[in-house]
Ligand binder design. Structure first.
Ligand code: ARG
Length: 264
């Protein structure tokens, strides 16, 4: 026999369960947190500070990709070495910073599909005797610490060479070149060209050496096993295919991108 009191209790329990369910689904929706994206904003034209804002090619591309993916995010300028620590320690969800995809980094991090092809360039003062990568031998050479530029110079001068001066960021490395602390700086080609273009009075020249500097590709970086990678890859593919990438590329580089080189 079911008593009235029991029915009342059951109805009450059922209501409680329903209300409980409703509020818990709402909770997951509102607590889905903003994605934290980290960068080193001292790498024009990819990311740099302009009137207190982080701007650049990477910043525009990130915006387009996240919009396409329907993801909310916050971009934080934390610096180059801290950026790797943040992704490894999972205190950030994603990094965008002209980061080269390579086998070494792939052991610790996940990367998106490539979005930019790069190589290295040598920056020297006008009239310098350094005309090729080989000429760097015996010279004090500046690089940003922990970059592929550092690796490229180590290949030429040897890993333990004391003449390789490592800087926290690329801007201070170039300042040291201006001040005569280093005789050359090796950095990514678009960054070297941007510096020369924006500082005609600095009397700095940039040149390539395809014999010594290989081509490499930038990607967005994630913690290993991140679920974000797939969403970002899909959105990035769309942004490349629908012409948004080309628009952003033209805005920052003034030329048409070679999209085929990204799709190899
Ligand atoms: N592409 C080079 C690398 O991945 C240099 C990138 C430096 N980026 C920056 N925002 N400082 O090692």
């Amino acid at each position: 026999m079911i008593k009235k009191g029991m029915i009342a209790t059951l109805v009450f329990m059922l209501m409680f369960a329903l209300v409980g369910c409703g509020s818990s689904t709402e909770k997951t929706a509102t607590t889905e947190k903003k994605i934290t994206v980290v960068t080193d904003a001292a790498f024009a034209p990819f990311e740099y500070m302009d009137k207190g804002e982080i701007v650049g090619f990477d910043v525009d591309l990130l915006k387009a990709v996240m919009k396409e993916a329907g993801l909310e995010y916050e971009l934080k300028n934390i610096g180059w070495d801290p950026l790797f620590a943040a992704i490894q320690g999972k205190t950030a969800d994603m990094a965008v910073s002209g980061i080269t995809i390579n086998d070494d980094r792939k052991q610790t991090y996940d990367f998106s599909i490539p979005y930019f092809e790069s190589t290295h360039m040598i920056l020297v003062k006008e009239g310098s005797s350094i005309k090729s990568a080989k000429d760097l031998q015996g010279k004090v050479v500046g690089v940003q610490n922990g970059t592929t530029g550092q690796e490229a110079v180590e290949k030429i001068l040897g890993k333990e060479n004391k003449n390789i001066k490592k800087f926290e960021n690329t801007v201070v490395a170039i300042m040291d070149l201006l001040n005569g602390g280093v005789e050359a700086v090796v950095t990514d080609n678009a960054v070297a060209n941007e510096y020369v273009k924006n500082n005609p009075d600095a009397k700095i020249v940039a040149f390539e050496d395809p014999e010594h500097f290989e081509s490499e590709f930038y990607g967005f970086m994630f913690p290993k096993g991140s679920e974000l990678k797939q969403k970002v890859d899909e959105a990035l593919k769309k942004v490349i295919e629908n012409g948004t990438y080309t628009e952003i590329y033209k805005k920052w580089f003034g030329t048409e991108p070679n999209i085929e080189s990204l799709q190899q």
